[in-house]
Unconditional design. Sequence first.
Length: 157
Amino acid sequence: MAMQLDHEQLHRLLGALGDSDIQEFRLEGDDFRLEIRRNLPGQAVVAPVMAAPVAAAAPVKPLDSASPPPAATSTRSDLLEITAPMVGTFYRAPAPGEPSFVEVGTRINIGQAVCILEAMKLMNELESEVGGEVVEILVDNGTPVEFGQVLMRVKPA
């Protein structure tokens, strides 16, 4: 018996997995294989921070407004990262010729679609798990991305 998954079924499956604490999941069919792996320290599916060893041990928290960090630093600790939850191709817009989901300076809310990751000819909208202002988009449109790769950085609202 061949197994087929349409876009809607895959979206529901990913939603159900997103609400669970399952860390590793594999599903195989005749012409596809879906693997999902993630680390869940607390609730940070969004950003395993890889910049500073100190940041990995401490939870990510906004800094006090009394001491803003200098803007010249390459990795700012006040920014949250949106990372790729899977391997795929990064697309900034829902379709060619349409406006991008977000631009630098766009204010986003939790649950808002920020890009599409295409994997095995399925288009998966990536919804933000953070709210704030997009300050960096680190991947070019149409570029392949790896699991956990930082796609965007957001200054918390």
